[in-house]
Design a protein around this ligand. Structure first.
Ligand code: MG
Ligand code: ZN
Length: 281
């Protein structure tokens, strides 16, 4: 085992809130955030909000303490540990920022389970202020993807990960909830799985465009279901891999036949006729 790369979105997937909103709300800066949001990209606004909180005397330690209180379902923790124990390569792909994600993962003892965190860079400057930068420098070289916000196209990142592991024939499982998770979901192939959070924007986009998604779709609603579905998929993919390996071994002895991968085409997603009503909510 295991040729499986599991890519997690972070906000509303690993944690049960949006970390940016969580910090802004907990620090009492919601009104200013809402007032400025129409005037600049989200990622640039978060950098500005950190400057604002700093000028109000809020320290980086207070922001860290606030992040540690962000809700995280206990079953997500066991899901991550089990997937790792089964040999999966776990990665994060998030439009939050490195300081928020590392603070939360370290607090829950989860840092060592991930081989890579792809997110907006951040650092604490000499005045003790958290600076948040865009993943792609969109002023110098726009990424050109119309589906994604200017600071990060998750599809480009998934393609980079895919090309880095393609020689190993790995399968992907992608978990997410938001609009920004649609672009990477479209980059997945037929042997891959996408796990959209039910009734969230990614799920609605997939429901409205089922023909665009090549990966098998498996929805989930909460931490408990995420764990159950994820471990089931890892198990299913492992069985598929084992049976295709056995098949190739069986024939490689004295036959020159090409091996045909055996795949199960189970799909727990509702039939197209059910999409319309479900997505209108
Ligand atoms: Mg999210
Ligand atoms: Zn994109």
């Amino acid at each position: 085992m295991a040729g499986i790369v599991v890519v997690f979105d972070f906000d509303k997937t690993i944690i049960d809130c949006d970390s940016d909103n969580w910090v802004v709300d907990e620090m009492g800066a919601t009104q200013l955030f809402n007032q400025l949001l129409p005037t600049m990209p989200w990622n640039s606004l978060m950098d500005k909000m950190m400057m604002e909180l700093h000028s109000q005397g809020k320290t980086i330690e207070e922001i860290a303490e606030c992040l540690k209180r962000a809700p995280l379902h206990p079953r997500i923790i066991t899901a991550i540990k089990s997937a790792h124990a089964l040999g999966c390569d776990l990665r994060i792909l998030s439009d939050a920022n490195l300081f928020y994600i590392e603070t939360i993962l370290k607090h829950h003892g989860l840092m060592d389970y991930f081989s890579e965190i792809n997110t907006n860079p951040s650092f604490v400057d000499e005045e003790g202020r958290l600076r948040i930068l865009p993943y792609h420098d969109f002023t110098l070289s726009p990424h050109g993807c119309s589906l994604c916000p200017p600071n990060m196209c998750k599809g480009i990142v998934i393609e980079r990960i895919e090309s880095s592991v393609s020689a190993e024939g790995k399968r992907f499982i992608y978990l997410g909830d938001g609009k920004g998770d649609f672009c990477p979901s479209l980059k997945l192939g037929e042997g891959d799985r996408v796990m959209p959070r039910k009734n969230f924007p990614l799920w609605e986009l997939i429901c409205s465009n089922p023909m665009l998604v090549k990966a098998e779709v498996h929805e989930w609603s909460d931490g408990e279901e995420l764990e159950r579905v994820l471990l089931h998929l890892i198990n299913t993919i492992s069985i598929e891999e084992n049976s295709s390996n056995n098949y190739s071994q069986m024939f490689s002895v004295d036959c020159k036949f090409e091996t045909v991968p055996i795949s199960s085409h189970e799909n727990t997603f509702p039939a197209p006729s059910q999409f319309l009503t479900a997505a209108k909510n």
